[in-house]
Design a protein around this ligand. Structure first.
Ligand SMILES: [Zn+2]
Length: 295
């Protein structure tokens, strides 16, 4: 009898221990500004921020913004909005013909002191991979729809940043990478704008240069230099965009054109760089093939 009670006690202790382990990784949901979802989840968007998680949550609340998950530098996951609600994390955005990705996406924010300019901690990436695999499986998110904030809003956003390794994620079956040998499989006369659009990037007006930058950050991070001014520029652009958002709707598009772009000044020579074009062709081929599989 005593042995049975001891075994029962041991079982209870084990259950409590397992529960505490789990709840220390995924904390309770703190519901931020959000609304009921009316369309299916199709996209997964990765972000980064360089505040403490507490300050980040304060800032989100202050600006009426929100995101589904926040992962701190140690790898702890905090859920801020349930997945069945729309969170306000993507802002003005575009991917492969879809405008405004908030309604159909889940957003994940990563704490990073250097705003994605230097390596992300292993524990944090491990947690992210675990969470992304779970979300992708539950919502059947296609690999071509797993994107960086900078991919879908290249004109104003540069997160998660050059040090975020999409190649490492692709090796884990998350998102797409490329095979350089595929570069020759597309017709030779496609322009950079046509190739970027095949991947999914917006290419209208100055978005072409911004998208080319975002593409390099995602698929050629080794050629993107460390950017020490990124936070300052990002803050300035965020404030300028907040002012635009307060204008009457009819005036916003024109005013938005006056807000400087976030990517660093560049003479644009990379648009004609043969290596850039070769990688872009290989990536465009990969995305084209994927979309043929999932029309
Ligand atoms: Zn972001």
């Amino acid at each position: 009898m005593t042995k049975k009670i001891l075994l029962l006690l041991l079982l209870i202790v084990c259950c409590i221990w397992a529960y505490l382990q789990l709840s220390s990784r995924t904390q309770k949901i703190l519901v931020l500004e959000s609304e009921v979802r009316s369309v299916p989840i199709k996209y997964l968007v990765v972000h980064s921020f360089n505040e403490t998680p507490e300050k980040m949550v304060d800032n989100l609340q202050k600006y009426g913004l929100s995101v589904h998950y926040l992962i701190d530098a140690k790898g702890n996951i905090q859920q801020l909005v349930p997945e069945n609600r729309v969170a306000w994390h993507a802002g003005p955005s575009f991917w492969a013909g879809t405008q405004g990705l908030n309604r159909s996406s889940i957003g994940i924010e990563l704490e990073h002191a250097d705003f994605g300019q230097t390596d992300f901690p292993k524990a944090q990436i491990d947690s992210l991979i675990h969470l992304m695999k779970d979300i992708i499986q539950r919502h059947r998110i296609l690999p071509e729809n797993i994107v960086a904030h900078s991919d879908i809003a290249p004109d104003g956003k540069m997160d998660p940043g050059r040090a975020f390794s999409w190649q490492q994620l692709a090796e884990q079956g998350i998102g797409l990478w490329y095979n350089i040998d595929d570069a020759d499989k597309l017709p030779p006369d496609l322009t950079v704008a046509e190739l970027l659009a095949m991947v999914g990037y917006p290419v209208k007006g100055r978005q072409l240069t911004a998208s080319a930058w975002a593409f390099r950050e995602h698929f050629m991070p080794e050629v993107v230099p460390y950017d020490g001014d990124i936070q300052k520029r990002g803050d300035m652009i965020f404030q300028a965009r907040q002012k635009v958002a307060k204008l009457p709707a009819a005036e916003q598009a024109k005013a938005l054109e006056q807000v400087p772009a976030i990517y660093p000044p560049d003479d644009g020579t990379y648009l004609t760089d043969p290596h850039f074009i070769q990688v872009l062709r290989a990536v465009a081929y990969q995305y084209q093939q994927q979309r043929l599989l999932h029309p």
